[in-house]
Design a binder for this molecule. Structure first.
Ligand code: ATP
Ligand code: MG
Length: 389
């Protein structure tokens, strides 16, 4: 008899010829998530099993493992060697704290001699004998006792199934480049893409001296929080000061944001291509602000020549985005009050539905290629961690 934590994953995604690869990614990611606690993580048939941990670490391990993308659910369990006698013996020790209960037996190991329904009845009788105050109720019950008879002679007995975060193991898709501001939306956008298996690099534009060192630290912190879910993030920090000054000096103010966005995408795409990143990710949400109308999005989209721009928050309300931000620990950092480069030189009346010909007329007042090259030559790279997925 041993305590163990059972970790289940959604097998729907893990069928077919990539199964072994996905399972290995997921195993590595779970091992990484629980790295602060002494324990052993193994793969067993269709599940992962965490053992050899101190009692006081159990809840912390569960909390860390349930946020690993690809984890469907988790149960703290007792693991015993499968035999009718062993299971009966364990069940006979149970002292219920509640009146109503049910027993749910699952028999993945078909060599076990009694079928699930029969065995539930046998075990139910044993519990009733030892807990005369209790009654079985299959539909409305306060306690559910799960008996999971699995392969390799292992039976798991548990009371709780804790939902995991779901999604796909990070590393099961190509890598993306997240445009990470200090706001609420972009960390959530990175989180959502990582949830679909996409490892993340990040790119932040700063405008020192118009933006502060604190704003940069804030973005580093956000990248660090995101790396709890994604593994190491390479954060590219690019100076946007000169570009903003040039736009401000030469172009009509109402086109400032549109042109800034288009230059951001050009820089992002160059970094993406040079580093084998397969997509650009932004936190845009349709209609949220002037630069996020479909016309504005079209005018920025068009400058990316060969890299898709993914916008996982596009159809979400601010409240929905905020809920994720809070639940997964970004919010408190995101709302720290430091200027983003986009708020510097903000025009009073930004163009809401930019026409491409007009944007191009304004843009032609700048030497875009030179500005982009100069920005690319002055990039600082910060790593959040030392684990690579
Ligand atoms: P966020 O909450 O992510 O800052 P937002 O609603 O404030 O988004 P904008 O400021 O218009 O919207 O930015 C739209 C998207 O452009 C952001 O989600 C982010 O992906 C990208 N972006 C904006 N500013 C920066 C920046 N300084 N560095 C990198 N990316 C940025
Ligand atoms: Mg912003």
């Amino acid at each position: 008899m041993q305590k163990a934590i059972l970790v289940r994953y959604s097998e729907i995604f893990l069928k077919g010829k990539n199964k072994g690869f996905f399972e290995k990614e997921l195993l590595n990611n779970i091992i990484y998530a629980v790295r602060d606690y002494e324990c052993t993580v193994n793969k067993i048939s269709g599940r992962f099993l965490i053992t050899n941990y101190a009692d006081k670490s159990e809840n912390k391990i569960i909390n860390a493992a349930k946020n690993v993308f690809g984890v469907h659910s988790i149960s703290p369990t007792i693991m015993i060697e499968t035999s009718v006698d062993n299971i009966r013996k364990y069940i006979s020790q149970i002292k219920l704290q509640t009146k109503t209960f049910r027993i749910t037996v699952k028999r993945a190991d078909k060599s076990f001699p009694i079928n699930s329904t029969e065995f539930s009845k046998v075990l139910g009788e044993i519990v009733l004998d030892n807990n005369p105050q209790s009654v079985v109720n299959l539909h409305t019950y306060e306690t559910e006792i799960f008996v999971d008879i699995r392969e390799q002679n292992r039976t798991f007995i548990f009371y709780k199934i804790i939902n995991g975060v779901g999604g796909m193991p990070v590393g099961s898709s190509g890598k993306g480049l997240l445009l990470l501001s200090g706001g609420i939306d972009s960390p959530v956008a990175g989180f959502l893409m990582a949830k679909r298996g996409m490892p993340i690099s990040a790119l932040h534009f700063q405008s020192i001296p118009y933006t502060s060192e604190m704003a940069k630290e804030k973005v580093k912190t956000l990248a660090k929080i995101l790396s709890d879910y994604t593994g190491n993030i390479k954060l590219y920090i690019c100076s946007f000061t000169k570009i903003q000054e040039e736009i401000h000096k030469h172009c009509k103010p109402e086109y400032m944001i549109t042109i800034m966005r288009r230059i951001m995408i050009r820089i992002a795409e160059k970094i993406a291509i040079d580093n084998n990143l397969k997509a650009i990710i932004t936190g845009e949400s349709l209609g949220q602000v002037a630069s996020q109308t479909i016309e504005s999005i079209t005018s920025t989209n068009i400058v990316a020549k060969q890299t898709p721009i993914l916008r996982p928050c596009i159809a979400m309300d601010k409240e929905e985005i905020t809920e994720i931000s809070k639940k997964f620990n970004f919010f408190e950092t995101s709302i720290l009050p430091y200027e983003d480069c986009c708020t510097v030189f903000l025009p009073k009346y930004p163009i809401i539905k930019p026409r491409l010909e007009k944007v191009e007329i304004e843009e032609n007042k700048l030497d875009i290629e030179e500005l982009v090259t100069e920005a690319l030559n002055n990039i600082e790279i910060v790593e959040t961690d030392n684990y690579d997925i």
